[in-house]
Design a protein around this ligand. Structure first.
Ligand code: 5GP
Ligand code: ZN
Length: 113
C-alpha cells in the first residue's frame, strides 16, 4: 500500500534501523522507544492488524510471533520480554500495518495501564 508507512519501510523508501530480516518479516527499532529494547516486527505483506493477519494467513501470524521471540533472544532479553499487538485506535494502534512490539530490558507492570 503506497500510503502505508510500514509498507514504505519494507520497500526501503523510509529509513529504519533494521535488526533482523526473514523472507516474510522485518524487524526494526521503534523510533520512540518505551524500553531499552523496543523493536517492531512486521510482515512484509500488508495486513491491517493481528486479527486480519491471523484470519488471512495463520501460518504467517505464527512466523511473525516466532520471529519476534528470536528478536528478543538476539537483543539479549530472551528470558523476559513482552509482545504487544495494539489492535484498534482505542487501545493505541496508530499504524495500521500489523506490528508486534518486542519490549524488554526493564521491569513491566501488570495489568498495563
Ligand atoms: P502502535 O501505536 O500502532 O501500536 O505502534 C506504532 C509504533 O510505530 C509506535 O511505537 C511509534 O513510535 C512507531 N513509529 C511511528 N513512526 C515510525 C517510523 O517512522 N519509524 C519507526 N522506526 N517507528 C515508527
Ligand atoms: Zn502496510
Amino acid at each position: 500500500m503506497a500510503d502505508c508507512l510500514f509498507c514504505r519501510i519494507v520497500a526501503g523508501e523510509v529509513p529504519a534501523t533494521i535488526v533482523a530480516e526473514t523472507a516474510d518479516t522485518i524487524a526494526f527499532r521503534d523510533i520512540n522507544p518505551q524500553a531499552p529494547v523496543h523493536v517492531l516486527v512486521i510482515p512484509r505483506e500488508h495486513h491491517t492488524d493481528i486479527a486480519a493477519l491471523a484470519a488471512a494467513d495463520p501460518g504467517l501470524a505464527g512466523r511473525l510471533c516466532a520471529d519476534a521471540a528470536a528478536v528478543a533472544k538476539g537483543e539479549g532479553v530472551g528470558g523476559a520480554f513482552r509482545l504487544v499487538f495494539n489492535t484498534g485506535a482505542e487501545v493505541g494502534q496508530s499504524v495500521f500495518h500489523v506490528h508486534c512490539h518486542v519490549l524488554g530490558g526493564r521491569p513491566f507492570t501488570w495489568p498495563p495501564g
